[in-house]
Design a protein around this ligand. Structure first.
Ligand SMILES: Nc1ncnc2c1ncn2[C@@H]1O[C@H](COP(=O)(O)OP(=O)(O)O)[C@@H](O)[C@H]1O
Ligand SMILES: [Mg+2]
Length: 257
């Protein structure tokens, strides 16, 4: 692939829960504009890697660099403010908010500081509000939810709820977005729509790091794939290399999941 600058670099990333290494000495570099997948059996440590990069958990050892800056164990909201944003494995939405309101919550992260500075300038506040609504409209269009703008999140179909989760993440203007099992629970049509959306995200210049079980989706979408097994990275390469790697087949691909 295109050899661009590394945007995210994990070095020796390790996490112990009690005596158990959930993630063990994992190094991984993600280049700007790539779609990189992390696969592996249940319990391999995939979600924990996301939780370490986004600082939900503290690393036991190792470092995480984003745009060449050490962000290891920074507060989660500060990681997000730098442009490194994640979605969760399960839907995390404000279920009794509308689609628009959910997106506006996502936008909030971006504007809070400037809003406070302008608190006593009402003209600026109104202009800000119009600007934010324009951004929200753009995002609803982008994730295909424009026609559901005033629908409560809880009334959306599962696939649309996952799209909304991505819309919320997009609202904070990420440079890199981490997606945890974006097509879980989806039917084939929804999966294809999600794959199209993920490609559109990348085409906007946003780097994508995703965890996914569905091999058709992983192999069809990713430029590179890393494989975790018992917390350790056992392989990394382009999809064809991974599909033909003997230890990967033994650990994972051979077994019916
Ligand atoms: N908060 C936690 N406390 C204790 N153990 C955890 C915690 N989170 C994850 N684990 C353990 O770490 C291992 C990796 O889990 P996880 O990263 O969720 O795997 P995956 O996403 O690959 O299925 C599992 O053994 C899991 O039980
Ligand atoms: Mg997981």
């Amino acid at each position: 692939m295109n050899q661009k600058n590394p945007i995210l670099e994990l070095s020796g990333v390790t996490k112990y829960f009690g005596g158990l290494a959930a993630v063990n000495d994992v190094s991984l570099s993600v280049s700007e504009g790539e779609i990189v997948g992390i696969i592996g059996p249940n319990g391999a440590g995939k979600t924990t890697v996301f939780n370490l990069v986004s600082s939900v958990y503290k690393l036991t050892h190792g470092t995480v660099k984003f745009n060449n800056e050490d962000i290891t164990n920074l507060k989660p909201h500060r990681v997000a403010a730098k442009g490194l944003v994640r979605t969760f494995q399960a839907n995390v939405l404000f279920k009794d908010f509308t689609v628009l309101e959910n997106i506006l919550v996502g936008c909030q992260l971006q504007v809070e500081t400037s809003m406070f500075m302008d608190l006593f300038n009402f003209r600026t506040v109104r202009a800000q509000r119009e600007k934010i609504h324009a951004v929200a409209d753009n995002i609803m269009e982008f994730v295909g939810l424009k026609n559901y703008r005033d629908e409560l999140a809880q009334n959306l179909a599962h696939g649309h709820q996952r799209m909304l989760g991505i819309g919320i993440a997009m609202a904070s203007h990420p440079q890199l977005i981490m997606l945890d099992e974006p097509v879980s629970g989806m039917n084939n049509e929804e999966k294809s729509e999600m794959m199209t959306l993920i490609r559109k995200i990348r085409d906007r210049g946003i780097t994508v790091l995703l965890v996914e079980h569905d091999m058709r989706v992983v192999m069809g979408l990713c430029d590179r794939v890393a494989v975790l097994n018992f917390g350790t990275k056992i392989a990394e390469g382009v999809p064809e290399e991974i599909q033909n790697n003997a230890s990967v087949i033994e650990a994972y691909l051979g077994a019916d999941d």
